[in-house]
Every structure is written in structure tokens, then in C-alpha cells.
Design a protein. Structure first.
Length: 364
């Protein structure tokens, strides 16, 4: 058994409590990780406010060290530096569905969707534990397991953006900033950041955005089309071709989901298809799309879950970006909390006070 201090979300309250829990010894395919740091993801607010039948364990991105492994775990061993994430590290080796994590706590049985990282120790199926170089920074790299993976992966894996293609990114929190970084890395131009906060937009410029649009003061769709107009090319309706080659929604609210398709480039009839809208943020509602716009201008609307990432392949890439300075995680992590301050962290998330990404650090 392993003692762990864990943030528990009660069944009937949005306020988390810290409880000391005994983790069982790992089953054959499980790993226990002592954690250095965990990301604090905005998507966890959805779970905090959702109805639930049991207490819940939260968090899904972290960096730590393996302390125990099950008999059938072969890719890591005790003492290895690892990242915990919510995406299977290698789907070719993940044919067996992971067993849900559940722990006995004060007010019943607490469950996790697949992993939990708001804790100084965690237990996880080996599918979600990625071995990494022990020389990495142990704090800021904790956000690679969700924020970076989701935003950067949407650009390089889902959309496969190429040099010279235009990109618009709606929402520049941790996920959107990661998308900006990846767009700059592949040579996209222009890179247009859209948000409602001037400070966040200025921050996005420091990561590579070439243009910013405050959607409170400007029509983002009109501005994107002005910035991307292509002279000498016309749509079926005789209008100049304009719009982003790719429009990423890193928020997932109704307004932005309905903006990314009209923000996309119209098709150049007989020459090129229209642009692609990529839904990255977790949606909480359905949306209405202009089917005529999508048909006539040959536009696409696709989803990106976890940046279409394979962590065993992609995490070394992101860590290399960090080591070369292309992914400035030290600047992207703007807030740090202790485990006992988790409710302060979620309140700050709720109020939009986290400029980049927040992390939780543990005594090690």
C-alpha cells in the first residue's frame, strides 16, 4: 500500500477536499507514480459542475517518478521518470481497455475517468504512463500531457498544417498557445489569435501569433478574411478568395464553434478546396452550421481529440521543442499552486484569471 494525498471532488459539492488515501499495490498492468507536478486543465471545470453519482478523482497530465510496477509492465521500472496522460501511449499496444480507477475514500468510492493526477501519488494503467528522459524539467513539462498535446497536436497531427498556410486560433489559453507554438514551428503564416482578453492576446504574440483580434471590439470573421484575402482568385459567386486555411476552436463554446467555419478560406473553384475548421475545445452544446457555405465553398469541419497524438511518438518531439527553446514552457506556466490550494486554482480558472497554464507542485 502507498499513502497518497489526493484532491477529492465530493458527490454533492463543487469544492474539492484533500484526503489521505491508501493506494493499493498495482495490479499486473498498473503503475504507481510519485508526482513532481500536475497540470490544472480548464476542462476539469466541466466535471466539477456536472452531476455525478460518486466522488470523483480529477487531473490528467503530470510528470513524476515510478515507485511500483505490476508484473506485466515492461516499458517502465521503479525509478524511471514518466509522464501521466489520458491518451494511450501507443494504441498498437493498448488493445485491452483499461480498468477504471476507483479508490475507497471517506464518503464512498471515488472514481476517475481513466487517470487522476491531482495527487502527490497516483496509480494508473500502464497505457497512460510514458517513459521520458530523466534530465527533463520536472515541473513545467507536466502540461505536455494535455495542454501541449491537445493544442500542438491539433496543428501537426490532425490538420497537418504546412509552411505558408494561414491559421486562425480561437482562444489562447494553454491549449491555444500550444497551437500557436506549433503553427509557428511548421512555418504557418499568418497566425491569427482571437480572444476577448488583450493581455492574453499580447501573450499569444510572444509565442508566435502574427496578428491578434479582440472579438469584443472587432468582428473576428471579417478581420480574418481581410488579413487573408488572395488577389486574382475568386469563388463560384465571383467573390475574392479569403479566409484561413485552418481555423482552430480551442474553447468549445457555441459562439466559437459557429465562427470557425465562416472564418475558413472559401474554395477556389476547380483549383482548391476550401479551408478546414478544427474543433479542439470540449463542447458543451450542439451547434448550427451553414451547410450552403460548406457545400459551395467546399469547407471541412473536423474534430481533434488529444491532438490526434500518440504519446510515445509525440512527447519526445514536444520535449525536444522545449529543449531547443521553441516551446517556452517556463513562460507558458503562469501560475503555480500547492495541492491544498486546489480550490483557489479552480476559482481562478473559473474567473479566467489564468493567463497561460497553471500547475500544481508537490513536495518530493
Amino acid at each position: 500500500m502507498t499513502k497518497a494525498n489526493i484532491a477529492i471532488l465530493p458527490q454533492d459539492s463543487p469544492s474539492l477536499r484533500i484526503e489521505e488515501v491508501l493506494l493499493p499495490d498495482p495490479k499486473s498492468n498498473q503503475v504507481i507514480v510519485r508526482q513532481y507536478a500536475s497540470g490544472i486543465c480548464h476542462s476539469q471545470l466541466h466535471q466539477i459542475h456536472a452531476p455525478r453519482k460518486t466522488p470523483v478523482l480529477l487531473g490528467h497530465e503530470s510528470t513524476g517518478m515510478v515507485t511500483k510496477v505490476g508484473d506485466e509492465v515492461t516499458h517502465v521500472r521503479e525509478g524511471d521518470t514518466v509522464m501521466v496522460t489520458w491518451v494511450p501511449r501507443n494504441v498498437d499496444e493498448s488493445s485491452v481497455p483499461p480498468e477504471p480507477i476507483s479508490l475507497s475514500v471517506f464518503d464512498g468510492t471515488a472514481v476517475a475517468q481513466n487517470v487522476f493526477t491531482w495527487a502527490d501519488h497516483t496509480i494508473a494503467d500502464q497505457q497512460f504512463v510514458v517513459k521520458v528522459d530523466p534530465a527533463i524539467k520536472k515541473d513545467v513539462t507536466s502540461i505536455i500531457g494535455c495542454a501541449v498535446m491537445t493544442g500542438a497536436g491539433a496543428v501537426i497531427n490532425t490538420a497537418k498544417v504546412k509552411a505558408g498556410q494561414s491559421v486562425s486560433i480561437f482562444g489562447v489559453g494553454g491549449v491555444g498557445l500550444s497551437a500557436v507554438v506549433a503553427a509557428k514551428k511548421v512555418g504557418a503564416n499568418p497566425i491569427i489569435a482571437i480572444d476577448l482578453d488583450d493581455e492574453k492576446l499580447a501573450f499569444a504574440k510572444s509565442f508566435g501569433a502574427t496578428h491578434t483580434v479582440n472579438a469584443k471590439n472587432q468582428d473576428p470573421i471579417q478581420t480574418i478574411h481581410q488579413l487573408t484575402a488572395q488577389s486574382g482568385k475568386y469563388t463560384m459567386q465571383g467573390k475574392p478568395v479569403s479566409g484561413a486555411d485552418f481555423a482552430f476552436d480551442c474553447i468549445g463554446i457555441k459562439t466559437t464553434m459557429e465562427q470557425i467555419v465562416p472564418a475558413c478560406r472559401s474554395g477556389h473553384f476547380g483549383k482548391a478546396e476550401g479551408g478546414t475548421a478544427v474543433l479542439v475545445g470540449v463542447p458543451t452544446t450542439s451547434v448550427e452550421l451553414n451547410a450552403i457555405d460548406m457545400l459551395v465553398n467546399e469547407k471541412h469541419f473536423i474534430g481533434s481529440i488529444g491532438g490526434s497524438c500518440a504519446p510515445d511518438k509525440d512527447f519526445p518531439t514536444f520535449l525536444d521543442w522545449h529543449s531547443t527553446g521553441d516551446l517556452d514552457l517556463e513562460s507558458m506556466v503562469t501560475e503555480r499552486y500547492a495541492l491544498e490550494d486546489i480550490n483557489l486554482a479552480t476559482e481562478a480558472l473559473e474567473k479566467g484569471e489564468i493567463q497561460g497554464r497553471a500547475i500544481m507542485e508537490f513536495d518530493f
